[in-house]
Design a protein around this ligand. Structure first.
Ligand code: FAD
Length: 693
């Protein structure tokens, strides 16, 4: 293969990246910075609890531990489901463990007849989830230091028997990288895996079914290896729920949705992070679309004085509140509507379980603020509700749906039903009063903050974080049912309130906008910041090519804003190309009025290339425009341009990658495989960066 100058530049960069990788970034201190905001971790240490899981298992007489590395709650959910099943069906004595709560030096003292489960999600570009960073870094070294001092060659983990399942998304380059790497390292260290290293694929929409199929085979192997007998599973609650008549919701120690004690006591203080949100004022909100039935919000969130900070390209996490309509629906279907404000104590029945929210609290607060009541329903959870059905017919239906993956997909998942809507449909007019409230808390995910690519530049406005969020509202053809995204409709309601709009939501969602004890009054939203690797080159003279259709343009508004500010100061700015796409130049052309302003400041170095898919006779997307500009694009690449892609992971990002490969191969007379290879290397050297979801 002959390489030209640009390729040599790329190869040099790859060498640099390789050095960075093997020195774990110590030469220029990068990856660690990314996790700086995770200094809050070590939940167990904070609470003064042991970080020694071997000791904890011995003290609580457990023989199976279920570690989860989770970002959005699914891996956590799978860990607790497996643990429950392992206990109920096979008599394992189980414990569920947040992987960040423990140290792993003594993994080499793990008892031979015990079993460790690792449920590990892969995040972003093949990264560990926030809570699994320390575990990942510990094992990733050439010589992890175990307590008994054995070297890697001596196979220090020979006693360890483990099971593992990964949660990934095949539309990302590093599919299930986390589970693959951890599995590889554990095996290399002498550990023995039971069953296959399972992989679930969110990209294909088969995560739950992949998990269910994998676990059946896995249990067979575990039973055989550990000599376990299957027994009739009987539901045992994890939490004890006690109603307390002596307390009213107004009592000052009752949590009405406050995330922790400081928030309850009104003394909320930093550091603000994924365990402790900052209640931030929304200083500005605006509608970006000019059509009636679709919304896209521009919001500015004020973080001044909070101690939070961001740099251009970071993400902000928004902590949502469930809508009043869906909160009411679930309380009603469970027969709890009249008791919604009754104070309850939620305690773990077993010292090793963690209550996922603070208590005492109320049924209303749990449903409104803490559990994911709108999300995709799990088939296993549906099956587990059968014994508590209000009628034999409803029970039979639950058993049928729970046991038939195709029927479940057709009648539940693809119709976007949430749990309350499903229960309403299965037993019209009846309430499901037999379902233990503990089962609701165990079976539904803990509500998760949603991430948004920050659409402002920290160089221009360091205290005001902008987001660009399209409001999720999906109506299935031929159906009255509209799926309303949890967070984006909450944000829409906040915007409507800020503008004094009398019609906050056409579907009557109604939010408790002023928050627990009116603490969010005056338009506030709970947030924290997540730092990312998606960064402009530090030298503004470097050329960049950005591809961001739809809300994928969010970080690029920030990039262009930043470069325009440099240019306004008289600094030299390199070529700045932005490929943006949407349906129509009059409907959803985001920041249409702002681009000319930036263009004026940036002059010739800025070029905005648009693709309006529904304007011409043929659909035109950003990748088509990219191809049309092949010559210029390749010249920029030869000049060392950085590529940035943001937005839809499933289709757009892949097509764009393929287009770059094609452009490179065609322009340089290489084969397609060689073009793709160059793109691949640009990715590993961070010259090709993605922020996709
Ligand atoms: P949710 O309620 O979470 O619903 C989301 C989707 O889940 C639905 O569309 C549907 O497909 C599925 N779903 C939900 N309930 C059900 C059900 N009962 N049955 C079947 N399917 C269901 N978005 C932006 O608009 N702008 C950004 O800049 C942006 N940046 C992001 C950056 C990152 C790193 C990530 C990870 C995501 C980003 N997103 C962005 C997406 C954003 O985080 C949210 O996912 C999005 O706004 C939807 O959130 P929601 O709570 O409104 O919808």
């Amino acid at each position: 293969i002959e390489y030209d100058t640009a390729d040599i530049v790329i190869l040099t960069a790859i060498f640099a990246a390789t050095v960075a990788y093997f020195t774990k970034g110590t030469l220029w201190g990068k990856p660690k910075d990314l996790f700086a905001d995770l200094a809050h971790s070590n939940g167990a240490a904070r609470a003064g609890k042991t970080r020694d899981f071997v000791k904890k298992m011995a003290e609580s007489d457990r023989n199976a531990i279920f570690f989860y590395g989770s970002q959005t709650g699914t891996a956590e959910d799978y860990a607790s489901r497996l643990a429950k099943e392992g206990h109920a069906r096979f008599g394992l004595r189980t414990i569920v463990a947040d992987i960040e709560d423990y140290d792993f030096e003594n993994l080499d003292t793990f008892p031979e007849d015990h079993l460790a489960f690792f449920l590990l999600a892969t995040y972003g570009e093949g990264e560990p989830t926030d809570n699994a960073v320390e575990f990942y870094e510990f094992l990733s070294g050439d010589e992890p230091q175990f307590s008994q001092g054995a070297s890697v060659d001596e196979k220090p983990l020979q006693n360890l028997k483990y099971v593992t399942f990964g949660l990934g998304n095949n539309t990302y380059e590093h599919y299930n990288a986390m589970v693959r790497r951890i599995d590889g390292w554990l095996t290399k260290l002498g550990a023995q895996r039971y069953g296959t290293a399972g992989e679930g694929d969110d990209g294909a929409g088969t995560m739950e079914e992949d998990f269910l199929a994998w676990k059946e085979e896995m249990w067979q192997v575990v039973c055989k290896e550990m000599g376990l007998e299957e027994r009739e599973a009987v539901y045992e609650p994890v939490f004890k729920i006690t109603e307390d008549e002596s307390l009213t919701p107004e009592a000052e120690n009752v949590y009405l949705g406050e995330p922790n004690k400081n928030h309850l006591e009104g003394t909320s203080k930093g550091p603000y992070n994924s365990h402790n949100p900052y209640i931030a004022p929304i200083s500005k909100s605006a509608e970006l679309f000019s059509v009636k039935d679709r919304n896209c919000l521009h919001m500015e969130i004020d973080i001044a004085g909070s101690g939070l900070n961001y740099t251009t390209g970071d993400h902000i996490a928004i902590w949502p509140t469930n809508s009043g309509r869906e909160t009411d629906r679930l309380l009603n279907v469970l027969g709890l509507l009249d008791k919604r404000h009754t104070v309850i104590h939620v305690n773990a029945l077993d010292s090793t379980s963690k209550v996922p929210f603070p208590s005492p609290t109320t049924y209303d607060a749990v449903i409104r603020y803490h559990v994911e009541i709108n999300g995709l329903v799990s088939r296993q959870f549906v099956a587990s509700l059968a014994p508590f059905a209000p009628s034999d017919a409803a029970k039979a239906e639950l058993q049928r749906l729970g046991g038939d993956k195709d029927a479940f997909s057709e009648e539940v998942s693809s119709r976007y039903l949430n749990i309350a809507q499903l229960l309403e449909k299965l037993a019209p007019g009846q309430t499901w009063t037999n379902i233990p409230f503990s089962l609701i808390v165990e079976g539904l995910n803990h509500i998760q903050p949603r991430y948004y690519s920050i659409s402002s530049s920290s160089y221009v406005q360091k205290d005001k974080v902008a987001i660009t969020a399209v409001v999720e509202s999906i109506r299935l053809p031929g159906s009255k049912h509209v799926l309303k995204g949890v967070t984006t409709n909450y944000l829409l309601a906040l915007k409507q309130k800020q503008h004094g709009d009398p019609n906050p939501d056409p579907h009557g969602l109604t939010y408790d906008i002023t928050g627990p004890r009116n603490k969010y009054d005056g338009i506030h939203v709970p947030v924290h910041i997540r730092h990312s690797n998606f960064k402009l080159p530090s030298n503004p003279e470097k050329p960049i090519i950005m591809i961001g259709p739809g809300t994928g343009v969010a970080p690029f508004r920030a990039f262009v804003q930043e470069r325009a500010a440099h240019a306004a100061k008289g600094e030299k700015v390199g070529k700045t190309f932005l490929f943006f796409g949407c349906r129509n130049s009059n409907e959803d052309y985001l920041y249409k009025d702002e681009w000319p302003e930036y263009s004026e400041k940036l002059g010739e170095s800025f070029k905005l290339i648009t693709a309006f898919s529904r304007e011409g006779p043929k659909k035109v997307y950003v990748q088509h425009r990219l191809q049309e500009h092949a010559k210029e694009v390749d010249e920029l690449l030869k000049a060392g341009a950085y590529i940035y892609v943001c937005g839809d992971a499933a289709h757009m990002a892949r097509d764009v990658t393929a287009t770059f490969g094609k452009i490179i191969s065609e322009s340089r007379g290489l084969t397609e495989a060689q073009g793709d290879e160059i793109v691949k290397r640009m990715r590993s050297s961070n010259q090709y960066q993605e922020d996709v979801w």
